[in-house]
Design a binder for this molecule. Structure first.
Ligand SMILES: [Zn+2]
Length: 130
């Protein structure tokens, strides 16, 4: 799932900027504690709790790059662009845009921040190593 600024009116924003950097808005099951990204109110994938037992939680937009791919063909988006599979320090694994100016390698530390991409606002991850 690519994090996009406003996929639907009901879903609301998928991230926010804080003094600690960009934070992703996810969900937490109030029954069993399972958490995930992006936010949703359908119910818990682990224990089956209904949507009214799903709350909101935040994840730091930082993690480790597991894999990545440069996309050269896409039905809607201008190409090429780079997508990464990122395991957040807070647990969930997500798919997100990567900074295409970086020579990526699996295991790289990444940090995300909101940026313009493909005519919309997305969280784009760049190198977290300095
Ligand atoms: Zn649950």
């Amino acid at each position: 799932m690519v994090l996009k600024d406003n996929p639907s009116e009901e879903a609301g924003p998928q991230w926010l900027d804080s003094e600690r950097g960009t934070q992703l808005i996810g969900w937490i099951c109030l029954r069993c504690g399972q958490r995930g990204v992006p936010r949703q109110r359908f119910g818990c994938e682990r224990c089956g709790a209904p949507g009214n037992e799903i709350g909101e939680t935040r994840f730091e937009a930082r993690g480790v790059l597991r894999s990545f791919a440069e996309v050269h063909r896409h039905a809607k988006w201008p190409v090429p662009f780079v997508m990464g599979e990122i395991t957040l320090d807070d647990g969930p694994t997500i798919h997100a845009f990567l900074d295409d100016e970086v020579a990526w390698h699996p295991g790289a530390t990444v940090v995300g921040q909101a940026g313009e991409r493909l005519l919309h606002s997305y969280v784009v991850f760049t190198s977290g190593e300095h």
